[in-house]
Design a protein around this ligand. Structure first.
Ligand SMILES: Cc1cc2nc3c(=O)[nH]c(=O)nc-3n(C[C@H](O)[C@H](O)[C@H](O)COP(=O)(O)OP(=O)(O)OC[C@H]3O[C@@H](n4cnc5c(N)ncnc54)[C@H](O)[C@@H]3O)c2cc1C
Length: 468
């Protein structure tokens, strides 16, 4: 849809010289996703500086029937925030901290602020904002809410949905819904904020949010060698029995990923070379460092006694803990250096992870006999990043030729194991049609009815999540 000159003139007038651009390089950057795996386009980038401006812009879009794609840091992985012909509404000028209330354990920040800046705001108030993930320097709060992002501390603190107390949203009509609130108890009918968490910009433009804050904690981190996926699952249960809710992260990393990272990323090395197939990154948090370390040590001793821990290194410093995490967080980057990889972000019940890995690998190898796998992620949440990588020496040919069959086979196996084909990255355009096929028809119809009721003109991020 090409915007009419009348719309462009009115939008420029509304937003002022700093509030828009049609510079070709900026349009190209906004239309190119992080992975660079496809190319979108946009005629115009709007950059509202306030909720009032954002609302007036949406009203203008309604008037001229112009579709928009909200965009934060453009780090999404499902083709949700990259425009495909829509006007791009970049939220990156709306970064103000509106309120921090350490006694209510809450803070209100505008949607274009990055996750790192939100963590720093909480820290300055002697509080913790616990969401943490690899893209946190660029991903924005609006994008993280819209994708209901997960990350590495979900085990203890939940996903983004669990961390919001209230929202301010410009609805597709251009009306502002002020749902900002620091209340933890508020049973007054439908809880609208949960509609917008995970809606990927299809139901409105999030302009600000009130978040939960937590007491600051000290962490103890260990790099653990484990023989089998069965042992990984048993170790998770044992560590949780031992340390309860203080287990903050429990990440699984295969030996081949460690080798990839060590070969690709300068300055990284395997912290504890071993022949075993799996490593686990465990983090325990407590108010005091010595409590965290004591709990982690005794949990790992119990794991060793049970024959689940082959070897382990507890980080002796923050720097060493960061070097463990650096390996985990650079797996996606180093994987990109290896030609074609078919990446899926899936979840299955934790107890079924070992059987799922065996069944799915076998099913994929029935299609591509020499396929290799890099399987890592948030095993404590049942969430695996399951990647099929090109057989060594085959260039880019083999997987590309079988991409559709391999993807279908992974999704079918996930479904057979009672899992989800999108654990934390969302739906976007990438998984929209597969989800329409796999989810119960009644759910799709209910979602479609909500979308049509709120956005009858289908101007908010059309074609993402659900087709209408
Ligand atoms: C290296 C790397 C690591 C990652 N690790 C994780 C991880 O561990 N866990 C995880 O969950 N994700 C992860 N991601 C995915 C990504 O960072 C998240 O999806 C993030 O939430 C997107 O934020 P963003 O600001 O970049 O949003 P964008 O990519 O700009 O947009 C994402 C979606 O939100 C919508 N949107 C953006 N802002 C708004 C707004 N203000 N109002 C309404 N809709 C809006 C967009 O239209 C789009 O549909 C990772 C990505 C990378 C590149």
């Amino acid at each position: 849809m090409k915007p009419l000159p009348a719309f462009l003139a009115a939008a420029k007038d509304l937003l002022g010289p700093k509030g828009w651009t049609d510079d070709p390089e900026k349009r190209l950057a906004a239309s190119t996703p992080w992975r660079g795996s496809y190319q979108g386009d946009t005629p115009f980038i709007a950059r509202p500086a306030s909720t009032a401006e954002a609302a007036a812009l949406v009203k203008l879009c309604v008037q001229h029937n112009i579709a928009i794609t909200p965009q934060g840091g453009n780090t999404g992985l499902v083709d949700g925030g990259t425009p495909h012909g829509e006007v791009c509404v970049s939220m990156t000028r709306m970064t103000a901290v509106r309120e921090v209330d350490p006694f209510n354990n809450s803070m209100t920040i505008e949607a274009g602020a990055t996750l790192v800046s939100a963590q720093e705001t909480a820290d300055a108030a002697n509080r913790l904002f616990p969401l943490s993930l690899g893209s946190q320097g660029t991903a924005t709060l609006g994008g993280l809410i819209s994708t209901n992002a997960g990350g590495v501390a979900v085990l203890r603190y939940g996903m983004m949905r669990d961390l919001i107390l209230g929202l301010e949203v410009v609805l597709p009509s251009g009306e502002i819904w002020d749902g900002l609130s620091g209340l933890r108890k508020n049973n007054t009918g439908y809880d609208l904020k949960h509609l917008f968490a995970g809606a990927e910009g299809t139901l409105g433009l999030i302009t600000a949010a009130t978040f939960k804050l937590f007491p600051k904690v000290q962490r103890a981190t260990a790099w653990v060698i484990v023989a089998t996926a069965e042992d990984v699952v048993k170790l998770l249960a044992l560590v949780r029995d031992h340390a309860g809710d203080s287990v903050t992260s429990f990440e699984i990393i295969p030996a081949n990923a460690v080798a990839m990272v060590a070969a690709d990323i300068p300055g990284t090395r395997d912290p504890l070379p071993a022949n075993a197939e799996w490593r686990v990154l465990v983090e325990i948090s407590q108010p005091r460092a010595e409590q965290a370390e004591a709990l982690l040590t005794s949990a790992l001793e119990a794991g060793a006694e049970a024959g689940l821990v082959q070897d382990a290194a507890i980080a002796a410093s923050d720097t060493q803990a960061k070097s463990f995490w650096h390996i985990r967080e650079t797996i996606p980057l180093s994987k990109r250096a290896y030609g074609t990889a078919l990446n899926q972000d899936i979840s299955v019940p934790i107890s079924r992870i070992p059987a799922f890995i065996k069944a799915c690998n076998a099913a994929v190898r029935a299609i591509v006999p020499l396929a290799e796998f890099v399987i890592f992620g948030h095993v404590g949440d049942g969430n695996l990043h399951y990647s099929v990588v090109e057989p060594a020496g085959s260039g880019d040919r083999v997987l590309k030729a079988h991409e559709a069959a391999v993807t279908h086979c992974v999704f079918e196996t996930v479904t057979a194991f009672g899992g989800s084909i999108s654990a934390e990255h969302g739906v976007g355009r990438l998984k929209r049609d597969e989800l329409a096929r796999l989810r119960p028809p009644a759910a799709t119809e209910a979602m479609r009815a909500i979308k049509k009721a709120l956005d009858p003109q289908n101007i908010m991020n059309p074609g993402r999540v659900i087709s209408v």
